[in-house]
Design a protein around this ligand. Sequence first.
Ligand code: AMP
Length: 543
Amino acid sequence: MQGLMMDFPLTTNVILDYGNRVFPYKKIVSILPNKTRHAYTFSDLYKRSKQLANALHNKLGIKKGDRVATFAWNHYQHTELYYAIPGAGAVCHPLNLRLNIEQISYIIDHAEDQAIFFDASVADILEKAAKNAKSVKHYIVINADKSFTTTLPNVMHYEDLLVEFDDDFKWVNVDENDACAMCYTSGTTGNPKGVLYAHRTTYLHALTMITSNMSNITTHDTVLAIVPQFHVMGWGYPYVCLFAGATMVFPSMHLKPKELIQIIQEEKVTIANGVPTIWSGVYDELKNNPPEKQLSLKEIFVGGSALAKSLIKAWDDDFGVKAIHTWGMTETSPLAVMSKLLPEHKELSEEEQLNIKAKQGYELPGLELRIVDDNGKVLPRDGNSVGEIQIRGAWVIKSYYKQTENVNSFTDDGWFKTGDVGNISADGYMQITDRTKDLIKSGGEWISSLALEAGLLAHENIREVAVIAIPDDKWMERPLAVIVLEQGKQITIEEIHTFLLANKFAKFELPNSYTIVDDIPKTSVGKFDKKEMRRLYSEGKLI
Ligand code: AMP
């Protein structure tokens, strides 16, 4: 039809081209795994991403739609991969290096990754996880010296690969609905599930994120990207900052409170993101060892778990830093909701304002939230009605990658069922009060209660076991195992740990405590009544 706009695909290439054209001098700083500081510009990122895409296409034989994995911390090379892999027409697939070996192996096989780019510092994990990987043809090591050795086959050094190719490379033609990236999420039952992000949805998510009611990141900001790049594409920040022209800072694995404070002060960081565990640790460190210079930090974006109201207040009162609550999921690209005050809230008391900030927040433009009861009835936005939170919109999942089983995550009328439970107030703020998914979120990582239950049940002294999440000051949640022992048998926490570690559980998945009971509370249909167990725990009756 005449009179319409150009046919212009919205791709990650457009994001990088824009950053290079408009903000070529802007800095990207990385504190590398060996603690050295590396700094270069958006223009360098652009050139090296082109070189890398050239190498992927012309040397590694990566074809359109292939999955290419990363197994790395946050740094400039990881960001090059974010742009080069889709630029070569393929799908950038960050593997979560905190999962247990079995999960990582499963994901590599399921995604059929063709190549894996990995940090030398985590080679030992990958050696175990990729031992039997059939699809992987190339392993490329990042941040390794020449003496690096590994049992992985056909390993190339990242810089050796890049140096062979120049930046004269035309991005491979893609449709905006083609996938540019993918991440896996932990399943309540069964295996991790893959979520594909399209070029278009990644573009729209990044663009919406920089709008002023949302993150409002601009070219005046220096952004510390703490959320791992293997968690839902680092919440999209490596794209957001290119659009915003914001200086980017990557900390690799230097995530201890002292290290983060040093980076914030030295690089004059104004905005940072991260899970509550990070921000409670940094807060404590600042309180115990107040910095000599005033903090450059203005705002922190906090999500992945609920941020305590007391911490939101303390950050503001003690350091003048606004802690802004965000909510999202692997399935929502991720950011979907943000909690900032409106001018209408100005007249409220401090306590009332704090109650609003502690809610998860209002939708990003273009997304839609609703709450629904057990019978599928949509409930009013009145702040009282509580139901499952459902969401739809341009960057919300439609189906899982290679989904064969019925996952019961989608409604017939096209909404995604989040597994979170809560209310929405009349002024549009969503608040999570519970969750239906039987998982534990510890320091931003999921632990499957069901997997732990199955793991523990294999122990000969255990007759029955249920695992619930209990609150924890540092990690937000930790697993508690509620155990019925076989008659006359005993068990210690050390035995539990040794047994689970021998059965391939990761250290962070191990319950730090357990309680022995005669009977585990059950529902009328004989399922573990975890709600009741959590209630008993909160009343001190399950210790
Ligand atoms: P993931 O897919 O690993 O990013 O986890 C998404 C889930 O984390 C959500 O469904 C929530 O259960 C939880 N979550 C994320 N952000 C928040 C938040 N701000 N408050 C409470 N829970 C959150």
